[in-house]
Each structure stands twice: as structure tokens, then as C-alpha cells.
Design a protein around this ligand. Structure first.
Ligand SMILES: Nc1ncnc2c1ncn2[C@@H]1O[C@H](COP(=O)(O)OP(=O)(O)OP(=O)(O)O)[C@@H](O)[C@H]1O
Length: 248
């Protein structure tokens, strides 16, 4: 420890995405420091995936900027992506590859070769409990296993920043628990953003939560602070109050 305050590893300022006349993400700003696990919450269509894609440099914003470890994700994309592990929504691409060949392919793209490549792939397979399916084509896996292959590729290079779009989607309760434990274990050394619909996940792994509705941030607080905003003390009541359209 140097005693110096480290700059946030993730910085988003005024991020906006319009599709024609429709504004999907509207002036979103936040910072995430090392050690934080930020839960990104919101109803279907709120703008979570669009924000995460822009943060990961996979979609160009209409306005605003995002940076990872000080590197602008658009202007300095290669440097930013080295510092980032991104789990997009849905299943991994290249469905015809086996789990092992897909992860080796990702490792080669990440610049690894020889023994180091093999070690990286083995480690990612171990972290995500994929050893039993390593020779199986990705397209033949169940949804939960596909999700874990996506997670394995995001973790492979041990990046300081993780952006995980619904990491536990499709997992059974045991697998959900494993992935949450893994996230909690990695948390002290990384800045992590996870989007989720599952409010218990926020209590389980997040040190902070942002709620987004209609593309706008409507709350940014710790889970305990958020829970206090409703007499029931329940996050799902707070979520409903923040995100449901008011009755006329
Ligand atoms: N390429 C696109 N063209 C037009 N509209 C889009 C496009 N991508 C997303 N949208 C719209 O932007 C809004 C936000 O979508 P987004 O996928 O970011 O929401 P989300 O919060 O991730 O939702 P979910 O929880 O259902 O995954 C939605 O109304 C969606 O239909």
C-alpha cells in the first residue's frame, strides 16, 4: 500500500445512446474503484446491456465517454480491452468449437502461447468448473454451461476490470452460488460491474448498486442504503418503487 488514492478503474461520463428518435441510455455517469462490485439493476429494456456494450467498447456512444484504467474505450481501444474481461449477453460466438479450442483461440488472441497459454486455459476452466465438458462443442452445451464458457473467456487474462452482463443467467442454484463465490473472491483486486435482475444477487455480492430506468440512473447507493428507502426494508419493494411507472 502506498497510501495514495488510486484513480477509479472504470469511469463513465454522460454516456448516451440513441437509436433513431429513441433514447436507450440517457446521460449515464458513474465511477467504479478497485474492490467495488457494482450491481447494475433495472427492468427489461432499461438500458443495462446497451450501457455495458458501450463501456466495453463494443458499441459507439451517441454522446459521452467511457474509460477503463484511464484508457478511453473508443480512442484507445486496444489498451482498454487488455484491461477488460467482458461477458456479453447471450452465448459465446463460434458455437461449433469445443470449449477447449474456443478458450485456446481466445488465449491466442490475447497474446498467449506455449505453456503460458495452456496454463491460462486450464486455470479459466478450473475457475468456471468446465473440465467435464472441455471436449464438447459449445453449441451442444446447456444454457448454464454456455454462460460459464463466456465467463471463462472473460477471466482468462486475469484483467483488473470485469464487466459481466447477467453472469448467473441460466445457471442452477448451485452454479449461481459458485459464480457468486468466484466474484466475491476476485472482488478485492478488481473493479467489477454485473448486471442482474436478481435482487438477492445484489445482497450476495454487490458493494454498491445502480438502478437504471428508461435509460437514466435513478439510484446509486449501497444495498443497505437502498433497502432503507422503503418501509419494508426489502430491495424488491425499493426496485418496484423506483422503476414502475407511477399510476396516473
Ligand atoms: N440496436 C438497437 N436498435 C434499436 N433499439 C435497440 C437496439 N439495442 C437496444 N435497443 C433498445 O434499447 C432499449 C434498451 O435495451 P437494453 O438491451 O440495453 O436493455 P436491458 O436493460 O439490458 O434489458 P434486459 O434486462 O431485457 O436485457 C430497449 O428498448 C431496446 O429495445
Amino acid at each position: 500500500m502506498t497510501g495514495q488514492t488510486e484513480s477509479p478503474l472504470i469511469e463513465i461520463a454522460g454516456l448516451t445512446k440513441r437509436f433513431g428518435a429513441f433514447t436507450a441510455v440517457d446521460d449515464v455517469s458513474f465511477k467504479v474503484a478497485r474492490g467495488e462490485v457494482l450491481g447494475f439493476l433495472g427492468p427489461n429494456g432499461a438500458g443495462k446491456s446497451t450501457t455495458m456494450r458501450m463501456l466495453a467498447g463494443f458499441m459507439t456512444p451517441t454522446a459521452g465517454r467511457a474509460s477503463i484504467c484511464g484508457h478511453d474505450v473508443q480512442a484507445d481501444a486496444v489498451a482498454a480491452r487488455k484491461m477488460l474481461g467482458f461477458l456479453p449477453e447471450g452465448a459465446p460466438t463460434y458455437p461449433e468449437m469445443t470449449v477447449l479450442s474456443f478458450l485456446k483461440f481466445v488465449a491466442r488472441i490475447r497474446g498467449y502461447s506455449g505453456g503460458e497459454l495452456a496454463d491460462r486455459v486450464d486455470h479459466a476452466i478450473g475457475l468456471t468448473t468446465l473440465a467435464g465438458v472441455r471436449m464438447q462443442p459449445v453449441e451442444t452445451l446447456s444454457k448454464g454451461f454456455k454462460r460459464r464458457v463466456g465467463l471463462a473467456q472473460a477471466l482468462l487474462h486475469d484483467p483488473p476490470v470485469l464487466v459481466l452482463d447477467e453472469p448467473t443467467d441460466g445457471l442452477d442454484p448451485n452454479q449461481k452460488h459458485e459464480v457468486r463465490t468466484l466474484i466475491a473472491r476476485m472482488a478485492p483486486s478488481k473493479a467489477i460491474v454485473i448486471s442482474t435482475h436478481i435482487l438477492e444477487e445484489v445482497d450476495a455480492v454487490c458493494s454498491r448498486a445502480i438502478v437504471i430506468a428508461n435509460g437514466r440512473v435513478v439510484a446509486d447507493a449501497t444495498p443497505a442504503e437502498l433497502a432503507k428507502r422503503h418501509p419494508s426494508g426489502k430491495l424488491d419493494d425499493v426496485f418496484r418503487a423506483l422503476t414502475q411507472p407511477k399510476a396516473a
